[in-house]
Ligand binder design. Sequence first.
Ligand SMILES: C[S@@+](CC[C@H](N)C(=O)[O-])C[C@H]1O[C@@H](n2cnc3c(N)ncnc32)[C@H](O)[C@@H]1O
Length: 503
Amino acid sequence: MEQFAVIIDPKFAEILKHHLKKNELWDESRRIQHLRNKAKVALPIRVTSTSYTKQNLSECVSGILQSSQNKDISSLNFEIQTLQLPLAKKHLLKTPRETLCIQVEELLTRKGMKTCTDFINEIPDHWEIHGDLVLLPCSAFKSTALASLGDELWQMVASCLKCNRVARKSAISSDGFRTPQVSLLLGEDGWVEHIDNGIRYTYDVTRCMFSAGNITEKLRIASLDCSGQTIVDLYAGIGYFTLPYLVHANASHVHACEWNPDAVEALQRNLKVNNVAEKCTVHFGDNRQECPTGCADRVNLGLIPSSEEGWPVACAALKPDTGGILHIHANVTSFPSDSFPSDSDSFNCKGAGVDNKDTIKETAINLSGSKERNVHDCSANIYQPNRSIETNIGNVAQEPDSHSEINEMSSNGYNSNKECCVVDNQIPFKGDNYDKGNKKNKYWQVWAEETGTKIKHLLERNNGKEWRTSILHIEHIKSYAPHVDHLVLDLECRPFSLLTDNN
Ligand SMILES: C[S@@+](CC[C@H](N)C(=O)[O-])C[C@H]1O[C@@H](n2cnc3c(N)ncnc32)[C@H](O)[C@@H]1O
């Protein structure tokens, strides 16, 4: 918002300040400034809407002076200028929240409401900035007293947080579209733009969600080399993964499936503004009906808490002759570490959602390149992780002897595990991602193996021939709660005939 000042003779500064204050036109957050060798002084005017102009402020100040019944100032010469005056001392070096507290308090005092609300608890200590729009958490300014201040409050919030529009969240709806429940409090519309890793994402915050928490995964996808590959993005949203595949990973084509019309509108805009629209087909509707089949080298399944309903669709989307890689998202629950058996104990998988040990034995996890040992003997790897870590978890260096397994994998002619090592070196270790002694990681491993088995069975049922699934990598995106983590499993899926032909 523009800032204005009244320019007058310094000897009238105090009296004019008094009248501006009385008429709620005094800007407490700014300081008086001398101008023109102290021949004039500038007094800060508080404006509460963008509709103020020099003209209407001039009329306003004239009116105040004339009604002051003080003949010294009723015909005072003044001019209104747009001028950014320095911040008042009490506003210097304040955090935005402190400034917000001061200004809300002043507003409540002016309205005679200071004592009727415990306003401090309603002042947020975090918010999201989307371009020039600030998105407040759902608890912010919720009481009827504060809400009754309406535009005046939202203008003040906008000016303290240096933006033009204000919106407030409530929960993300469970309508299957994950529609955010956001109300716009100040501004004309909710369309915003995020630039992230050189990609422009536009969307309407009141209608679509932006998954800021997925940034590490977006960077990981962006770092892949997908030249010549066709990708299916089953849960495209506004293009969180579709765009990195096209803009940075150089995918030949992406089939983006999405059933939320608002997200599709944003996705189509985003494809255009990033100049990749001709390399993407948007499939609007339920991916269980609309997804193309038999074309994909990779399928992205970015749906949490579970993308399991999309597994049959993903399997059908893979190329039947060469298969490909699935990137499977899930929120995985692990249990307190002391309830997990030690490495030497016999392993009971029931707690992790796996039926029994035999189920795990069936898991076709091909990690060392030796087909027989992996298919039939993977339990040895599962239960003795210190001897042979067969899965690449998070972004942390492997056990020394696991390197040889990775090298073996990448040299077997079909396995793209090299790519997953490259990704690991590029993204720094974050948070409680992986700790060798952390038993939580064993639950992640069990989840990955169980997923590998289920996918193998789906592929075999679809294609009527034998398939192999290999865990390439487990990426930890973030923790939801102490025992719930958002993970992505990179699962390589190949027809068995391809492996035997290659050897
Ligand atoms: C959580 S968003 C995820 C977006 C992005 N993949 C990410 O992880 O950040 C999930 C998206 O999938 C869409 N979706 C869920 N089920 C779907 C289905 N059966 N068919 C098509 N789209 C679906 C929702 O509308 C939503 O936009």
